[in-house]
Design a protein around this ligand. Structure first.
Ligand SMILES: [Fe+2]
Length: 162
């Protein structure tokens, strides 16, 4: 939500709900999509996005939210990892930059060097140029992580604007 409003201060209601709930499936242990069950990271992320969209739809329908808003949020959340139009691209960009700003240190602790390297590369490539430039400027408390991120996304190939 914080990054959504930085990128689009006049974000509409559906975008705000989508920003808050886009990863909701991860909070439901029994329904959570597991990486190990998917061949590729893209397939895993697609299933994760669709699962979150379905769960939000169920909750919003149960709460008698009007159908147009439910359908709009469903579309936004089901596409939040890949984008697709101007509105959902803002959600994707906010989510992608938020990973580098907020989640990365925790991801690193949970998943280790190799998995974090792949995740950084994947997330960095999704960012538009202006946010790629921002992503490499974040300071991490864990200096080793900061150095690794710079090595992975700047010096080793992806490079800015790729
Ligand atoms: Fe997600």
């Amino acid at each position: 939500m914080e990054w959504l409003l930085k990128l689009k201060p006049d974000a509409d209601e559906a975008l705000k709900i989508a920003a808050l709930g886009h990863d909701i499936e991860r909070a439901i242990k029994e329904q959570k999509i597991r990486r190990k069950n998917y061949m590729s990271y893209d397939e895993f992320k697609k299933a994760h996005a669709l699962n979150s969209a379905k769960i939000l739809k169920e909750i919003m329908t149960m709460c008698n939210v009007r159908k147009e808003l439910v359908d709009d949020v469903f579309f936004l959340v089901s596409h939040h990892e890949i984008g697709g139009d101007k509105r959902v691209d803002v959600l994707k960009d906010a989510d992608s930059i938020s990973f580098f700003h907020v989640n990365l240190p925790y991801y690193f602790v949970r998943n280790g060097v190799e998995e974090t390297k792949k995740r950084c590369s994947w997330g960095y490539k999704k960012l538009p140029c202006n946010l790629q430039e921002l992503a490499v400027k974040f300071n991490y408390k864990d200096k080793k992580l900061g150095q690794l991120v710079m090595a992975w996304i700047v010096r080793k190939g992806s490079g800015l604007h790729s």
